[in-house]
Design a protein. Sequence first.
Length: 368
Amino acid sequence: MIHLIGHLLEGGYRAWSFLRLLDYLSVRAIGAALSAFILVLIVMPPFMWYLHRRGLVDQMRETGVPSSFDKAGTPAMGGAVMVGALLAACLVWCDLASGYVWAVVSATLWFAGIGLSDDVAKWRSRSGNRGMSEARKLLLQGAFAALFAALLASPWTPLPAREASTLYVPFVKQALSSSWWIYLPVVFGFVVLVGNAVNITDGLDGLAIVPSAFAVSTLGIFAWIMGNAIWSKYLFFPLLPGVGELVVVCAAFVGAAVGFLWFNAYPAQVFMGDAGSLAIGGFLATVSVLVKQEALFLILGGLFIVEAVTSQVQDKIGIKWLGRRLFYRAPLHHQLQHTGLAETKVVIRLWIVSLILALASIATVKLR
């Protein structure tokens, strides 16, 4: 919105010529990050008071970890404020004519809606285990994944036609595949997997939000490179005109994430709930696809992948098929707690791991 207003005023009045700065992604990215951060700081305290008043607090769920009982009664659904601040910053600072922006905004809203419905269902049943059924959540997530894949294959895709179906892998300059028959199933599975992986990781105070910020910041770097004709050519990346607008979107996310961490750091004053964790998953998945870094996410989002895999292996293979546990606890963060590590030590160590993975992902820019 500001981008459009700036163009209108700049052309009519010489005194407004400084508004040409709004053409720079860096200026709008900083504005978006600060706006989202400040908005979360302003809105979260009254929102937490509202959650307390209405009894919209965390519903205790048996995890096998004693500390989980100490957190019963903490306000949930705080992720809704983070998502709202992110979207508000995007509407203010982004070029609203960009298809990339609307694809990410749509994904965030869709997944946030699924998560919010799940949070409300848990609150109504007064149980952390009686939310929306797993089958229904997967159906709704799959519906978006199918629509998103169809968008990429349609004439309305924001991606250039020559790149819409390409699949790139780290360390290799050329595309691994450019077949729609291969790419569309990959996109579908990727969106559903990543959408749930963040949700599974969100189990300790501050655990999911910091690795998410690292991952989004890294994807923002790739968006800046691939949207810049000079740097994309120099680094042998495909040029994706307009994808640089995702730099502003990613900056808004990081600002909102830091604002949320202000309240979510141990001991958490508020939890993000599924409304936040599923929204983050949808955001990460969509941005990764739009900057052609689906395969890189195996490195960049390695923490999320391991958390999801350990949880599913324990539940689907161990308990349901073999009738026994394969790990003492699952997912990974609860297994680490079971070994005797304090919650804060587990969280900070996993932050360090996610930072190393983000740096390794950035290194692939040159190692190709």
